[in-house]
Design a protein around this ligand. Structure first.
Ligand SMILES: [Zn+2]
Length: 168
């Protein structure tokens, strides 16, 4: 897993970030971006269309009146990327808050062999027995609650500093 993550990180650092930076610098065509970054033209194109699919890059097509060829002028959609990052974080925060609420408002019962985890209603439906026949045990979930609160705090502060860094 670590290897895959590093591989992706390296790809992002070597291709996607230089291309976005070129767009931010006002370089508009795929060929100019390829020249400026030293990234192969077909890869530049692939990434530009990927960014377009993700809505964080857009292009305008214009026809050269002499050659009749189309030129594509690319633009980085910074506001859209910022929106997407904010939406992702809000979604993540909502999920975590829902989980936290559920952990705080329920009692949980688990199989000592790790097969199931039920709230009180589910556990009583099963008469406090696991499918394997073991008796379910009450689970102290205070560590889970602590971890959830920690994650929520972390995402909130990350999102805060991200939004602050943009406004500068
Ligand atoms: Zn079991």
């Amino acid at each position: 897993m670590q290897f895959i993550a590093n591989d992706i990180k390296e790809k992002v650092e070597k291709t996607i970030i230089p291309i976005i930076n070129a767009l931010i610098d006002g370089i508009e065509t795929d060929e100019e971006i390829a020249n400026k970054t030293g990234i192969k033209l077909n890869i530049v194109r692939k990434i530009l269309y990927k960014l377009y699919d993700l809505k964080i890059a857009n292009y305008k097509r214009s026809k050269d009146p002499e050659t009749q060829w189309f030129t594509y002028s690319w633009k980085f959609e910074e506001a859209e990327l910022i929106n997407q990052i904010n939406e992702e974080c809000e979604k993540e925060l909502n999920d975590l808050n829902e989980q936290l609420e559920s952990e705080e408002n329920n009692m949980f019962f688990v199989c000592p062999l790790g097969h199931v985890r039920y709230n009180f209603d589910e556990a009583s439906d099963e008469e406090f027995l696991c499918v394997c026949g073991e008796e379910l045990e009450f689970q102290d979930n205070s560590e889970i609650i602590k971890q959830l609160k920690k994650n929520i705090k972390l995402i909130k502060s990350d999102l805060n500093s991200f939004n602050k860094s943009i406004k500068k």
